[in-house]
Design a protein around this ligand. Structure first.
Ligand SMILES: Cc1cc2nc3c(=O)[nH]c(=O)nc-3n(C[C@H](O)[C@H](O)[C@H](O)COP(=O)(O)O)c2cc1C
Length: 243
């Protein structure tokens, strides 16, 4: 059942030393391509990094060594307006993809594409982990991968035969994310402390990386200060003005 597969997802960060063939990667990417796409722009590309030296550079630049060095396959997902600009050029036309709306379109498209790849991989028994660390050094990683203007690396994905099985992380209670007819601002005073208890119990009892923490505390730590502020200028250089 697809729903069983979805609800059993847990990121995998340790893989067996078993490479994934190009044929399998192609099968996964083809499945990814069948995700819905805003106005059918298909504004994404993915780079399959098979070169050992480039993998090493990604590992160091993204500060995510274990996954880039040990995964069976490493993918870097990008928002891609280069191809759309090129398609227009072939018709002697120009496009303007610089507005904030197109950043959203690209980000949604690449996210849906990648999640299809992830589900396809998991359906074949592989584990996956997204790697946002790619945005630690987007310019340098873009240079390593030869990404032209209009192409923004947004996250990586490691895929491989799992060498560990993480417990499924408890999600927010359904009521926290599901609203009926209008957004209910009242419900969080009760829901969030209850969820923090659930997550505290999970964090202190899980089999690896135990810690004393709550979800709300972790999120405040994460969001207290702006992160990766270099992304705005990097995106501007790539042609996105956010108008
Ligand atoms: C876009 C994105 C970027 C992520 N980046 C990282 C990362 O750099 N390193 C990592 O270990 N996990 C990363 N993750 C995995 C999340 O930490 C993980 O999905 C979340 O904690 C929920 O856990 P689960 O996937 O095991 O259910 C990322 C997930 C997403 C969607």
């Amino acid at each position: 059942m697809v729903i069983d597969l979805l609800t059993k997802h847990a990121s995998v960060r340790r893989y067996k030393d078993e490479p994934i063939s190009k044929e399998v990667v192609e099968e996964l990417v083809r499945a990814g391509q069948h995700a819905a796409s805003s106005h059918f722009v298909q504004s994404y590309s993915v780079v399959h990094v098979t070169d050992t030296e480039k993998r090493g550079q990604l590992a160091e630049l993204s500060k995510n060594r274990r996954q880039f060095y040990t995964a069976g396959a490493v993918l870097v997902f990008c928002i891609d307006y280069y191809r759309l600009e090129h398609a227009a050029k072939l018709l002697d036309r120009t496009i303007d993809y610089s507005v904030a709306e197109n950043v959203l379109v690209g980000a949604i498209d690449v996210g849906l594409f990648a999640q299809n790849v992830a589900i396809a991989a998991e359906s074949k028994g592989y584990g996956i982990c997204y790697i946002g660390g790619v945005r630690n050094a987007p310019q340098e990683i873009g240079d390593v991968l030869g990404l032209p203007k209009g192409v923004v690396p947004v996250f990586g994905m490691s895929i491989g035969v799992p060498d560990e099985a993480n417990e499924v992380k408890p999600r927010l209670p359904l009521d926290a994310v599901l609203h009926e007819n209008s957004y209910d601002v009242e419900k969080y005073d009760e829901l969030l402390p209850a969820y923090d208890k659930t997550m505290q119990a999970y964090y202190t009892s899980r089999s690896t990386n135990q810690k004393e923490a709550t979800w709300s505390g972790d999120m405040a730590d994460f969001l207290e200060n702006p992160r990766r502020t270099h992304m705005k200028e990097f995106m501007r250089k790539k042609g996105f003005e956010f108008n």
